[in-house]
Design a protein around this ligand. Structure first.
Ligand SMILES: NC(=O)c1ccc[n+]([C@@H]2O[C@H](COP(=O)([O-])OP(=O)(O)OC[C@H]3O[C@@H](n4cnc5c(N)ncnc54)[C@H](O)[C@@H]3O)[C@@H](O)[C@H]2O)c1
Length: 321
């Protein structure tokens, strides 16, 4: 079987999971090396996954001849720079969301990767979450008629520490978290312009709730109301267990994104590997990543200025990067 040589750059919470999936669950991939500016972390993850190579930079990873594709999972501020290094080295790219932190950098990277002829897939995992995949198929088949309302809700159990937002290396609220909902809306409703509360270019109204302190668990739900029916995706209870005592009824609650989207993370990475091996264009590409960043930027401006903001839109020039 032809295998794709892959390297993972940034092996923190998310990168370690991607590296694990590539190493153990995707037979078409060969995890060659991991890299992290924290070299001890890179060494530890390499040992854990029983691979021989680890590095301290994306540059070192990009020099490897046996790596054809690089998975970028650094904090958001470094996504753009890392993708540029990969593009210059001719490596295909999987980049975690948000694609970049600003629309300007997103445009720059989109142009540069297209020019370099490398493929880019962006980690908008909701598109690979099985209930959302089925919802998309049903909408396309006309099962609920014309979508008229898109309603999405994302509640995290606890916010990241203040230092996470203040460090300047991660996205702020809209870029880091709500960007998932923005992309899901674009994908399910097939839109390119949004306002927040959103109004999609095809007329659908949208409302997105994103809350970081639910306290009770990781609660992600979406509703698409159509002219002929409604689809609701998402769930709160993780297992089928219900405990009944004199004190009442108790169930568990999904407690982490790595649990809730375990299938999505695996399916998206499998799709990335198969896409590159088959020389196809990624389904969630740099343009999609750029558009989600643009919606997040509009949301940020709308929040600061207290008025409706039109998304800085761009027209897709080609599907292949
Ligand atoms: N799709 C999802 O559901 C999801 C979930 C969590 C995180 N993410 C995204 O994944 C990315 C990483 O998030 P995380 O939670 O794993 O962060 P993290 O802080 O846990 O890990 C980041 C790692 O990158 C390393 N690093 C920092 N700068 C680097 C650089 N320039 N080059 C190489 N390594 C570098 C750090 O040392 C750290 O080990 C972010 O873009 C985040 O938005 C996506």
């Amino acid at each position: 079987m032809a295998k794709l040589g892959v390297g993972v750059v940034g092996v923190g919470t998310m990168g370690r999971q991607h590296a694990y999936n590539l190493r153990h669950l995707i037979p078409e991939a060969q995890l060659i090396a991991v890299a992290d500016t924290d070299i001890q972390r890179a060494k530890l993850v390499a040992a854990e996954l029983e691979i021989a190579h680890y590095h301290n930079s994306v540059e070192a990873m990009a020099e490897r001849k046996d790596v054809q594709a690089i998975v970028v999972v650094t904090p958001a501020k470094f996504h753009g720079a890392a993708m540029k290094v990969c593009a210059h080295a001719g490596k295909d790219i999987f980049c975690e969301k948000p694609f970049t932190l600003t629309v300007e950098e997103a445009d720059e990277v989109l142009d540069l990767t297209q020019k370099a002829g490398v493929r880019v897939q962006v980690g908008h995992v909701r598109r690979y979450d099985p209930p959302n995949v089925r919802a998309k198929r049903r909408i396309e088949a006309g099962e609920i008629g014309d979508p008229v309302i898109f309603k999405s809700l994302a509640r995290d159990p606890a916010p990241p520490p203040v230092s996470y937002m203040a460090s300047g290396v991660n996205g702020m609220f809209f870029q880091d978290s709500t960007v998932h909902e923005f992309d899901l809306g674009r994908w399910l409703i097939d839109i390119d312009t949004a306002l927040l509360n959103m109004k999609f270019s095809r007329g659908t109204l949208g409302a997105v709730e994103n809350y970081m302190q639910s306290g009770y668990g990781y609660d992600i739900r979406t509703e698409i109301v159509g002219s002929k029916g409604t689809i609701i995706t998402g769930y709160l209870q993780q297992t089928a267990e219900v405990v009944l005592t004199a004190a009442g009824a108790r169930t568990d609650v999904v407690d982490h994104f790595l649990v809730r989207f375990a299938d999505g993370y695996l399916h998206q990475m499998l799709d990335f590997v198969q896409t590159i091996l088959a020389d196809r264009a990624p389904k969630v590409d740099a343009f999609d990543g750029r558009q989600a960043v643009a919606v997040a930027a509009a949301a940020e401006r709308s929040y600061r200025e207290g008025c409706a903001v039109t998304v800085q839109n761009r027209t897709r020039t080609s599907r292949a990067a």
